[in-house]
Write a new protein. Structure first.
Length: 89
């Protein structure tokens, strides 16, 4: 190919421009795919975090309910002991 003539130079320039567009398009597609994968990974991480939070909230509620039941039992025992002590006096 002779790049010293106008048709050859225009053809060579056209090939370079087309190659630039193709490479740019491939890079844009690659970056878009990478961005999509990162967003999906972030969504998965967020789902796992929410799941762990829900489990923690459920476990905390169970512990609070058990503690409230134990505290109620201790109050009834303390009341019983106070009544026994009052009857002894």
């Amino acid at each position: 190919m002779d790049f010293t003539t106008w048709p050859g130079a225009i053809l060579g320039l056209g090939v370079l421009i087309m190659a630039t567009f193709l490479i740019g398009g491939a890079m844009a597609g690659f970056l878009d795919m990478r961005k999509t994968k990162l967003e999906a990974a972030q969504r998965d991480d967020l789902r796992q975090l929410v799941h762990r939070y829900e489990q923690l909230a459920e476990n905390t509620l169970d512990v609070q309910q058990r503690t409230a039941a134990d505290l109620a039992e201790l109050r009834t025992r303390a009341t019983s002991i106070e009544q026994i002590l009052r009857t002894v006096e």
